[in-house]
Design a protein around this ligand. Structure first.
Ligand SMILES: [Zn+2]
Length: 226
């Protein structure tokens, strides 16, 4: 005997809302990701719903694991895989005995550092600024690790006779604005810490984000810095 469905009659409006709440909540989380808008965040949620339990479980575990097994270096501020148990403050680059401690390259983000490191032509220290500053921004200090950069420069300069700081920031409007801001902040240290401040040679065409530059362009930009 076939029972007739009464769902359409019984479906209370609050049930629809409560079901959507979890979807909405997760979608809202995804909008916090860089470059993810409201529409894309919903697509991600529905994508997850379409996959099997194992996929979602592995993803959830990986998210937890990445927080546990990766640390942030107190020298260059990059994220690095922890190799030892317990607290490990500095990454491999910062503790490498062969690293050239007379040069410090300032980049926006971890991926820029990785790209430059991969090229194999730069063997100095790094510093990850953690962002860029939009034009006319009211709180530039909160956008980048400016105070941390100054502290880092002071620590390195205490052990070196000279230090060159290379500002390797994107040739975009925001990037240029950031370079100007950092140059201004570092000005007092030029004589105080015998500091040389240089920027990447503009083989990097205007508007280019560092992460989209190819190896050759970056190598030239590094060689032609000034
Ligand atoms: Zn480091």
């Amino acid at each position: 005997m076939i029972k007739t469905s009464r769902i359409s009659k019984k479906n209370p409006p609050h049930e629809t809302i409560s079901m959507n709440n979890t979807i909405e909540k997760l979608a809202e989380y995804f909008t916090k990701f860089p470059g993810i808008g409201t529409r894309q965040s919903k697509r991600l949620v529905y994508f997850l719903l379409s996959r099997d339990d194992q996929f979602v479980k592995t993803l959830a575990e990986l998210i937890l694991d990445v927080k546990r097994s990766v640390g942030q270096c107190s020298g260059c501020y990059r994220f690095f895989p922890k190799e030892t148990r317990g607290q490990q403050e500095l990454c491999k680059i910062c503790t490498d005995p062969n690293v050239d401690t007379s040069i410090l390259m300032v980049v926006e983000k971890d991926t820029d550092l990785e790209n430059i490191k991969k090229m194999g032509v730069y063997h100095g220290l790094f510093f990850v600024l953690g962002g860029t500053i939009p034009i006319l921004d009211k709180a530039p200090k909160e956008r980048v690790r400016a105070a941390e950069l100054v502290a880092r420069i002071n620590t390195i300069s205490a052990k070196n006779t000279s230090l060159e700081v290379i500002l390797a920031i994107s040739a975009t409007t925001e990037g240029e604005n950031t370079t100007l801001y950092i140059q201004k902040i570092l000005e007092p240290f030029i004589t105080k810490n015998r500091l040389k401040v240089s920027t990447l040679g503009r083989g990097l065409s205007t508007g280019t984000e560092l992460e989209y530059s190819d190896d050759e362009t970056l190598k030239n930009a590094l060689k032609n810095r000034g």
